[in-house]
Design a protein around this ligand. Structure first.
Ligand SMILES: CC(C)(COP(=O)(O)OP(=O)(O)OC[C@H]1O[C@@H](n2cnc3c(N)ncnc32)[C@H](O)[C@@H]1OP(=O)(O)O)[C@@H](O)C(=O)NCCC(=O)NCCS
Length: 189
């Protein structure tokens, strides 16, 4: 049986998710304000993405998730997948199940597309159990990033992967540290 990511969540009243496929006419100031509030001390820039999902509560932007389409080189093999980043909910709206709804919508939309997996990094163990609820598995306890043009900055970000295709075993990406290359995490801005 194919993994199922149909989006069946009920949106709370007054909330809506907007899906933006191109980085044109985006509410940049509102997204940056959200990053400032959600990623303490970070999030000072709007990194480019291929797709973005933003969550509105009436006319206030309260949630965000983005993906970049990326090649990853793992044990000398190339894998193309989605790199998920900038997942956040305004602190005033956290703990109400909104990230749960937003992430399920993102995964449901990505599962309709042609790539086999999505990958993300998270710096807190608490987030590992959060992402496991959606079907992500942890494949690494540290991450490798580019710094000064060299792939040698290692930090403690856990790497998690979800597969959208029955024929794709996310275990093939297991390697520690996981080579992310360009750093896509807003939290350290
Ligand atoms: C991580 C983050 C996105 C979660 O957002 P959230 O909207 O609070 O998440 P949810 O409400 O969907 O789930 C969080 C908790 O609320 C609980 N919850 C779910 N539905 C709920 C509801 N209807 N009412 C109250 N609580 C609920 C969940 O069970 C979960 O409980 P937990 O404490 O056991 O984990 C948010 O905390 C955040 O923006 N953090 C800062 C940025 C960040 O670290 N992003 C992740 C980068 S990898």
């Amino acid at each position: 049986m194919e993994p199922s990511f149909e989006f069946l969540e009920k949106m709370p009243s007054g909330k809506r998710i907007e899906h933006l496929s191109q980085d044109k006419n985006i509410p940049e100031a509102e997204i940056l304000d959200l990053f400032q509030a959600a990623f303490r001390g970070g999030g000072g820039s709007l990194l480019p993405v291929n797709e973005r999902w933003i969550l509105w509560s009436s006319d206030k932007l309260i949630g965000h998730a983005g993906v970049q389409r990326r090649w990853f080189v793992v044990k000398d093999k190339y894998f193309e997948g989605w790199l998920l980043g900038g997942i956040c909910i305004n602190p005033d709206f956290q703990g109400k199940g909104l990230a749960n709804i937003l992430i399920k919508k993102v995964l449901s939309d990505l599962a309709q597309k042609e790539l086999d997996f999505a990958i993300l990094c998270c710096d807190e163990e608490k987030l590992v159990s959060f992402y496991k609820r959606f079907g992500f598995i942890k494949i690494s306890d540290s991450a490798l990033y580019l710094e000064n043009g060299k792939l040698e900055k290692v930090d403690g970000d856990r790497t998690m992967v979800i597969s959208f295709a029955q024929g794709f075993d996310a275990e093939v990406l297991r390697t520690d540290p996981f080579p992310f290359g360009f750093d896509f995490c807003w939290g350290r801005g």
